[in-house]
Write a protein that binds this ligand. Structure first.
Ligand SMILES: [Zn+2]
Length: 320
């Protein structure tokens, strides 16, 4: 590792951190707390954990890092992240970034994406697709031609073709209000109360403030978790609610943003990013276009990898 380029920064992102055996079917792809701890220790044995100040120094001002460095992030605002931080990161003195959606806290409504995950993890896959699409009007069902199939594959590289198509239709193609309504009806049919579910699933204001008090960073991830590229002018209202919720919860305005889904077609245009960054005073934006950052990246489109790619990305630097 001694000959590696020292000025390199890898963002590693996490979603669910909970017992994977709690779910009968695929849908919630979680890492157990033990596996999270093991990966953090594995990364810590090889790299420096950057502080938020070092991240900003490197990404905004080109300040070199003493050695290859990692920064951990969590998307969506799940209570899992609070537990993982209390159990693993805080005792090791590692600071992280938390990108939090605001609809659960502001409206007591579950994010659509999490309703889909929960329903899929509790419903046999074919039964889920049949039940879901039985609620979709004929004229809105996806045509699934070749370019469409290719986009679906590109958006969900970790999934099988069938699952990639389902998730692409749900998250990028069907009207989001329709997906929201159908999944709410499916949750209600299973006796789930959305407010109770939100209280058990997402970090509340006390947890968010606690994170900031201990030196972690909160960032914007949208009010509803819809891809920013799909929102048009609604994007600014969406980000305003999310921004104000986090400013109020933590006592300071968020300066970082991560784009829901994080892949190319989920990121807004240059023009929209210019307006977004100037209106909200954002300093940096994180994608899921995964690799190391070497200081040449646009600060609005920094690269980041998912937990399942972290070790491969790390090995690429170790062997340089
Ligand atoms: Zn997300």
């Amino acid at each position: 590792m001694t000959d590696a380029n020292p000025s390199r920064l890898l963002f590693v992102n996490y979603h669910y951190i909970r017992d994977p055996s709690a779910y009968a079917f695929p849908g919630i792809h979680s890492l157990s707390m033990g596996d999270f701890r093991a990966q953090v220790e594995w990364l810590g044995a090889r790299f420096h954990f950057a502080t938020p100040e070092e991240v900003e120094g490197f990404a905004l001002d080109g300040k070199p890092l003493a050695r290859p460095s990692v920064f951990i992030t969590f998307d969506d605002g799940l209570v899992d992240h609070w537990e993982a931080t209390r159990e693993v990161l805080d005792p090791l003195g590692i600071r992280a970034g938390f990108f939090v959606c605001s609809r659960p806290g502001v409206e007591g409504r579950i994010l659509s994406v999490h309703k889909v995950h929960w329903l899929r993890s509790h419903t046999e896959p074919k039964a889920f697709a049949a039940e879901f699409f039985s609620h979709v009007p004929d004229d809105l069902r996806p045509r699934a031609d070749a370019p469409w199939l290719q986009r679906a594959r590109g958006a969900y590289v970790y999934d099988t073709e069938e699952v990639a198509q389902l998730k692409y239709a749900l998250n990028f193609v069907l009207p989001s209000a329709l997906v929201d309504d159908i999944t709410s009806a499916m949750m209600a049919a299973r006796g789930i109360d959305e407010r109770d579910f939100c209280r058990m699933t997402y970090m509340g204001e006390g947890a968010l403030r606690g994170l900031v008090d201990r030196g972690h960073v909160l960032g914007v991830h949208g009010h509803t978790h819809e891809p920013f590229s799909r929102l048009g002018d609604e994007l600014f209202r969406e980000v305003r609610i999310n921004h104000d919720f986090l400013a109020q919860a933590s006592g300071r305005p968020p300066r970082w943003v991560s784009y829901p889904y994080g892949r190319k077609d989920a990121i807004p245009s240059d023009d929209a990013l210019d307006r977004l960054f100037s209106e909200f005073g954002f300093r940096l934006g994180l994608t899921l276009l995964g690799t190391w950052n070497d200081g040449t990246q646009d600060r609005r489109r920094l690269c980041r990898v998912n937990t399942n790619d972290a070790e491969a990305a790390s090995a690429a630097v170790e062997t340089r």
